[in-house]
Design a protein around this ligand. Structure first.
Ligand code: ASP
Ligand code: MG
Length: 435
């Protein structure tokens, strides 16, 4: 079987639900199990209701209207969700009465988004002649701890597969939701449905986990900057982790760990272009593939240099520097050190003055704005001789001055800092060299 996960934007309107139906119908022979998010916008509205209900002025009518409109547009009985929407309204009423929204109650409230969307999708599939059944993840045994709002799954002992083997038709599972040992409904954190898809894929030994979004997968470079950028057909988990950080926000790598654990490929696909193979993230690295996977970047980087003669042969110096960065919530992406200096990048312009002031107690600090970070990502960098030379040679020929360079020993990437004015020139030159 395969897992097919559809996010809120893929289920936001009647047309998009009809599109999802066609995509699934064309793949029934692969034995799909669906994992769905709440309809677009619903979780955000529920978060807002949880915030305002204790003060007494939350309004559920917007959420009710949204679901009723979808049901009407899909020619489904308007009373289909009466039970769920009724329970939701009662809960909000209760929250107003007791002027309270505990994390436990908040998760219960948020759960109605996915509980409703799974029922809408299942009802539409049945209406179209494709037998399907809405399934609440907490009813089939997706167990978590009691960390409401960000619950972590507890190990599955086979109960999920056992419970699900009794179901008839295509299961339409709620993403995002679990249940703690006391029977309370929990949520896995915002955008948790990808995580749910990986957990169910793991529990059911899926042949593939498909994450359906609205892009053709992960790109070799930012298409807004580089004309020849194209989707990456496949990459390793290590590469996906590096890429996720640089604008490749299609997938958070931590969410697919349960898939990696069981060596299940994860494929990112486009609901608007379903026949495109998208990008597949493979649990193992294919050594025969080309060494470089993508050239990505991050803009508006500040280059901070700290020169401190006493750093010479002094232990604990870097620890001090990073403790200060931590205290000021400054995210350091790239570091280069010498015996007397440390150069690092930071992207939180608003926090920098205070950060640099405290850093000044350790030595002389200089800050240079308007820089960009380029990252050449590819697991093959470790096995291929001379990639760094090619990177530097290409930039030299393009007339780009490299300010800092960093390559870790695991060599999944080469990081470079350049002046922002050179960004397009640099990324374009590297991309045409490697692709
Ligand atoms: N509906 C949840 C959210 O918006 C989970 C998800 O979409 O993945 O965060
Ligand atoms: Mg989402």
């Amino acid at each position: 079987m395969i897992i097919m996960k559809f996010g809120g934007t893929s289920l936001g309107t009647a047309e998009s639900i009809q599109n999802v139906f066609r995509i699934v119908r064309d793949r029934v022979d692969q034995d799909p199990v669906l994992v769905v998010s709440a309809h677009a916008g619903v979780t955000n509205s529920l978060v807002e209701i949880a915030r305002t209900a204790p003060g007494g002025d939350a309004d559920v009518s917007e959420i009710e209207d949204l679901h009723h409109r979808l049901l009407q547009d899909l020619d489904l009985p308007v009373a289909l969700l009466d039970e769920q929407l009724g329970e939701m309204a009662d809960l909000v009423q209760g929250m107003k009465l007791v002027s309270e929204a505990s994390p436990r109650v908040r998760d219960l409230l948020l759960s109605f988004g996915e509980r409703c969307s799974a029922r809408v999708v299942a009802a539409y599939f049945n209406q179209q002649g494709l037998p399907a059944q809405a399934v609440d993840a907490f009813e089939v045994g997706l167990r978590t701890d009691s960390n409401f709002g960000r619950a972590r799954p507890v190990a599955d002992d086979g109960r999920i597969a056992k419970n699900m083997s009794k179901l008839e038709g295509i299961p339409i599972l709620t993403g995002f939701l679990g249940q703690d040992a006391d029977g309370n409904i929990t949520t896995l954190g915002r955008n948790g449905s990808d995580f749910s898809a990986a957990l169910f894929g793991n529990a059911l030994d899926a042949a593939e986990i498909q994450i359906w979004t609205d892009v053709d997968g992960v790109m070799t470079a930012d298409p807004r900057l580089v004309e020849g950028a194209r989707p990456i057909p496949f990459m390793s988990f290590g590469e996906a982790s590096e890429l996720a950080y640089y604008g490749g926000k299609v997938l958070h790598p931590a969410t697919i760990l349960p898939a990696i654990e069981k060596s299940i490929p994860v494929r990112v696909l486009n609901t608007h272009n379903p026949d495109n193979p998208g990008t597949v993230i493979l649990p193992v690295y294919d050594e025969s593939s080309s060494p470089v996977r993508a050239v990505v970047h991050k803009k508006d980087i500040h280059l901070i240099t700290l020169v401190s003669p006493p750093m010479l042969q002094q232990h604990g110096f870097l620890a001090k520097v990073f403790r200060i960065a931590e205290a000021h919530e400054v995210d350091v992406d790239l570091v280069a050190t010498s015996e007397v200096s440390i150069t690092m990048t930071a992207d939180r312009a608003d926090h920098l003055p205070a950060f640099c002031e405290e850093l000044g107690e350790l030595g002389e600090v200089s800050v240079e704005p308007d820089h960009a970070l380029i990252c050449v990502v590819g697991q093959g960098i470790a096995h291929t001789h001379g990639i760094a030379a090619q990177v530097l040679g290409t930039l030299f020929e393009a007339g780009v001055h490299v300010r800092v360079i960093s390559q870790g020993a695991i060599k999944v990437n080469i990081g470079l800092v350049i002046q922002q004015v050179d960004l397009k020139k640099a990324v374009t030159a590297l991309h045409s060299h490697f692709f």
